[in-house]
Every structure is written in C-alpha cells, then in structure tokens.
Design a protein around this ligand. Structure first.
Ligand code: NIG
Ligand code: FE
Length: 414
C-alpha cells in the first residue's frame, strides 16, 4: 500500500519537464506530457509520477482532482531585483516622453532613485515589502525565485538587502545574488577604483563568509561598470567560490556577454543587443542566456533575438527582471505572454525556459524545475487543457492551485 500526503489525480495534462539536461535547440519544442496522469507527494517530495491507471493501492491524506487541468512544475523566476521599496512611475512617464533609461540613471534617477529609498528603509520595512513580493510571485505560480542586492550600494545597505533575502520563507526556494556593482554610488563619483575596492575587498568576502549570497553579478554597460571593472569583480567572486552572472549587452553590445563566456559565468542576462559572435561564445561555454522580455516591453526596446539564440543552440531561460525601474511586473504569465507574442518563443519553449532551464540557470536543477520522483513537491495547476491554451487567451491568470514543498498553499476553483 502506497501512502501519500497529497495525491493530484487524475490530471488532464501533466507536463513533467523531465529531462536529463536543460533543453536547447529543437529539443525545446518537445514537452514530455502524460495525459490522464497522477502525482503522489510524501514528506514534501514527489514520490509518484505516471499514468493514473498505473497507481497501485494507495492511501492519501488529501486528493486534488485536476481532471480537466494542466499541471506544470512550479515556475522559476531566475532574475528579480527583490528586495526594493519605492515607486518610480514618474520615470515611466519620462520614458514615454522619449528619455532613455541610462539618461535617467545618469541624471540621478533610475537605480540611484531606488538606492535612496532602500538606504533609508528599515530592515523590517524592506523585509515586509519583500514578503509581499514573495506572496505575489506565488499567486502567479512561481515557487522558486532569485533576488539581489544592488540598491544599497554601500556595505551596510548591501548587507541589509541580502539579509532580507535570507529571512524570507524558505518554503519558496530563494536564491540570492550580490549585485553591489549595479551602479556607482554618488559618494564615489570621482573615485571609482575605491568603490571597486570596497566591493572586492570588503563586501564580497563578507558576503561569502556569512553565506549571504549564492551568486555575484555586475551591471556591465557604458555608464555602469566597464569590462575591466566587471572582470576584476567577477574574478574575485570566482576566487571566493561564488557563482557568477552578468547583466550584459542590454543597452548596447558592450562585451558583457563575451565576458560571461570568458569567465565561465552561469548566465548572462538581458542580451537585447548581443551580436552573433556573443551568442556563439555563450553557446560554446554553456552560459545560460537569461532573456528578460518584460524589460524590453516596459522600456519599449527591441526584444532579445530569441530565435537566433535557439538556432545557435544556446540554453535559454526567461525571467521577469522584476524591479521598479525597468520591469515592474509580478506576473510570470504576463512575462511568458510577452516572451511568446513579443519575443517569438513557442509555448513549449516558454515553458522549458521558465521551469527546468531557469532552475539550471540558478544551479538548483537537481531539486526543482521538473516533476520527477525525489524532487521537491513544487507544482502549479492551471485551468487550461494544454500548453497552447496557457497563452492563446492572453492577459489572464488561469492559475488555480499551487503546491509548495508538498503543501497546498493556493486554491482557486479546484
Ligand atoms: O536588470 N539594467 C540594470 N538593472 C536593472 C534595472 C534596475 C532599475 O532600474 O532599478 C535591470 O533592468
Ligand atoms: Fe536585472
């Protein structure tokens, strides 16, 4: 007799995303789907996946009938800027009036605007806004996400941001990134090298020793940090055994993507302007291309050339880039809609990019990202019949249930 804490059965369309490696190229178009499926969960872990008819004698404490529904792994948002506070809607209007993102940043708005808000925020208020963000992501089917510093831009406030991330409810898996090299803070305007030194000699070593971050990141762009500065910071991070990633080639093809390949970063993120050579180098070194289509949408910029990345065999992931300046959305479904209708992904590709491939970009693919025996019971249930219908009626949130760490945490009409 098999015993389950939770049994989801029968399931109309069970998209397992089971795969021995992250998907790329043509294999992104094939989704493993079990029709009339079932999932059993015990002690927070998946202990049965298969056909409903293959379930042996069982006893289940709770059963969810998902007969006409589609079940996927919980979505994974591998690039957000949680935690932050403050509103930058005024910049949205400036952008609609034609001002550029970096132009606003260089004139003291942009990232420095949020920096001011984050610096004066107490730990408790920053934590409370991060908890609200965490809850909103969950209401959109996201069961794991990444967050980062980068709005403190000094030792005390960078550490404050990272400590907030470590205080969040661990039922939702949270990966943390130190992005102290996000923008040069005003007090270092004429002494850039001193800020780089602060990051490499003080912030990163402290973050490592105190286990405050999993990754280090740099905004490598004209007006933010140069290639040389980015290389120095990331090499130091690598030496400290932090994983590395880069905000690369967003505003222009500046070289951040190629630097990610040179250093062996886990991912290069944005890549709106990446040229063919950059894409080749990412493919060559298996650096994940994290595409952030909601940012292009929000900034009204051309999308990253997703079809080119796929044609060249890159591993792609899609994430929200949730932040108050360039992509203020908590909705992964909205992001995936933009990925499909704006950036040109097929529904199957969008699903891989926000599940297993996104887990891989964070280095957590052995734990989450697919529905397989032994993995965490992180599951989203959608009120649609198949992957196409997750996108076809766009602008809706058809999420009807979320299972997190084996427990039902959201239920709506099921
Ligand atoms: O990923 N491009 C750099 N950083 C963020 C935006 C941060 C902000 O504007 O507050 C991004 O888009
Ligand atoms: Fe970002």
């Amino acid at each position: 007799m098999q015993e389950y804490d939770l049994l989801i059965a029968p399931i109309g369309s069970l998209v397992t995303c089971e795969s021995d490696k992250p998907r790329n190229g043509e294999s992104l178009r094939e989704l493993p789907i079990i029709t009339n499926g079932a999932i059993g969960i015990k002690d927070g872990k998946i202990s049965f996946v298969g056909k409903y008819d293959d379930l042996d004698n069982f006893k289940a404490k709770e059963i969810i009938n998902a007969e006409n529904k589609m079940v996927t792994p919980g979505l994974i948002d591998c690039h957000t800027h949680i935690p932050f506070v403050g509103d930058r809607s005024n910049e949205m209007i400036m952008k609609l009036e034609g001002k550029g993102y970096m132009e606003i940043g260089k004139s003291g708005g942009g990232i420095l605007n949020t920096m001011k808000n984050v610096r004066v925020a107490s730990f408790e208020s920053l934590l409370s806004s991060a908890k609200k963000a965490q809850e909103k992501l969950l209401q959109n089917g996201v069961t794991s996400f990444e967050g980062k510093s980068g709005y403190g831009l000094d030792f005390e406030n960078e550490v404050k941001q990272l400590k907030v991330l470590r205080e969040l409810n661990p039922a939702q898996k949270v990966i943390s990134t130190c992005l102290s090299a996000h923008f040069l803070p005003p007090e270092f305007r004429n002494k850039r090298e001193n800020y780089i030194e602060l990051v490499t000699n003080k912030i990163l070593p402290f973050v490592k020793v105190n286990n405050l971050a999993d990754f280090a990141d740099v905004f490598c762009e004209d007006g933010a940090f140069t290639i040389e500065e980015s290389r120095e910071i990331l090499l130091k991070a690598k030496e400290l055994r932090l994983l590395t990633r880069i905000h690369a080639d967003e505003i222009e093809c500046y070289g951040g993507g190629k630097l990610a390949a040179e250093i062996g970063c886990k991912s290069a993120d944005h890549l709106l302007m990446a040229d063919d050579e950059t894409i080749d180098s990412l493919k060559e070194k298996s650096v994940v291309a994290v595409l952030l289509p909601a940012t292009a949408f929000f900034l009204r910029k051309p999308y990253a050339r997703a079809r080119k990345f796929i044609e060249k065999g890159c591993i792609i992931a899609v994430a929200s880039d949730l932040n108050p300046g360039s992509s203020y959305t908590y909705s992964m479904i909205m992001v995936l809609n933009i990925a499909v209708f704006g950036m040109g992904l097929f529904p199957e590709e969008a699903i891989w990019a926000s599940t297993l491939n996104s887990a891989y970009a964070l280095g957590i693919e052995n734990e989450v990202g697919s529905i397989e025996v032994g993995k965490r019971g992180d599951i989203s249930i959608w009120d649609v019949c198949d992957p196409i219908h997750l996108f076809y009626p766009f602008g809706q949130n058809p999420l009807c249930c979320v299972v997190l760490d084996g427990k039902v945490v959201l239920r709506n009409g099921i």
